[in-house]
Design a protein around this ligand. Structure first.
Ligand code: GRF
Length: 188
């Protein structure tokens, strides 16, 4: 399957997917990294991996529709079948949703519907819960509202800080996202 990963930041999940493919845990190709942030470390990772990038600056467009049309053009050129969001910090609009029905997925660092939106990890710490987790879900027009595909729990320990919890969550994301992708692609 031909995949595009969308990332705005560090790109550690992007990297984990690329490595899972290299290690034959996943039969797919990451053909394109899409980023709305030219400074994102994900962009450096893509160059390092020789993966094509499409980088844009949202401010240079009149609307989401305008930049999503350009993204779509790139996705078509690369014959992308599945869009994998990995720390892409914007809502997906109708242009992409209509072009890829049920073929856009996201990973979120909580057990949705708990703690949607920004800083899910901080929200979990503040709430004082003993457990949080990671959710992979289909993307719809809402913020972290699409149908859940799979979830995994992650414990919150007594002495956890935002940083220590984030580290534990990211470690589990890096195993979990490729494994959920594999199941999804096996079903296609
Ligand atoms: C991950 O924690 C993911 O769950 C959230 O954004 C973070 C991205 O991290 N949606 P990275 O850029 O993949 O390192």
């Amino acid at each position: 399957s031909r995949i595009a990963v969308f990332a705005s930041g560090n790109g550690s999940n992007f990297q984990a997917i690329v490595e899972a493919i290299r290690n034959k845990l996943l039969d797919a190709t990451v053909c394109l990294l899409v980023s709305d942030n030219p400074e994102a470390f994900a962009v450096d990772r893509a160059r390092q991996e020789d993966i094509n990038t499409f980088i844009f600056q949202p401010k240079q467009y009149a609307s989401k529709d305008e930049f999503e049309k350009e993204i779509l053009e790139q996705l078509r050129l690369e014959q992308i079948e599945l869009i994998v969001l990995a720390g892409y910090m914007r809502l997906i609009g109708n242009t992409l949703l209509n072009a890829y029905p049920r073929h856009i997925i996201n990973i979120h660092p909580s057990l949705l519907p708990a703690f949607p939106g920004k800083d899910a990890i901080g929200q979990a710490i503040s709430a004082g819960v003993k457990e949080t987790g990671v959710t992979v879900h289909f993307v719809d027009e809402g913020m972290d509202t699409g149908t859940v595909i799979e979830q995994i729990a992650v414990p919150i320990l007594e002495n956890d800080t935002r940083e220590s919890l984030q580290e534990r969550i990211q470690y589990s994301e890096h195993q979990f996202y490729p494994s959920v992708l594999k199941k999804l692609l096996d079903q296609e």
